[in-house]
Design a protein around this ligand. Sequence first.
Ligand code: PEP
Length: 244
Amino acid sequence: MAGNWKMYKTPDETRDFFEEFRPLVAETEGRDIVICPPFVNLPAATASARGTGIHIGAQNLHWAKEGAFTGEISGPMIRATGATHVIIGHSERRQYFGETDEGVLKKTIAALEAGLTPIVCVGERLEHREAGLMETVLCEQCAQGILGLDPQQFAHLVIAYEPVWAIGTGRTATPEIAAEAHGVIRREVRARYGPDAGARVRILYGGSVTPQNVQALMAEKDIDGVLVGGKSLDPASFGAIVNF
Ligand code: PEP
């Protein structure tokens, strides 16, 4: 159950969130929880989550370990804050910051080398879906951005299916639509890495997940978890999603 805070909250607001959120998940069992705040909040988040089992992740990284890349943050820097995960290839990064599948693969390898668990996002845009190209786009994104990893690297990856038309729009994919896309991704993984990897890989659904729709989504056998944007900002709503 992963939360993506996007560009919201300050360090003080991060600490306030955890004050409220921690008790809500203190008894939660059998759920892995990851919260991904903006970079500047990683130290506050890791300090607030210490001893709780809640994991902290970043929302992006640069593929180099260090260098003359003004304004960028590397995997080792993220890891040094105590964060353990990183979102890669979010559709907002692809759409507004020109991220490509090639860059996604480089960043994924960099994350793994830094000891971070990458949560790699794929998903079609509305015009792709309307043109019947959902499967083509997902296969292409997987082939270029994920399936170039060697099997050992792949074993540490989490995939998030995030149809672009469902992100931040209030328009959730129906459980059937999401499950169909997850089935396509799992099939591609199986074809490349074998049946065990296909069964084991975690595929999260993201796109307007709420406390009201999480149960129906999670009832689909191919949906292993959710990546939540807007509704992860409020402790009560994210707590309700985690404990659905
Ligand atoms: C996201 O940011 O990954 C996301 C799915 O956002 P939202 O839940 O707000 O649609």
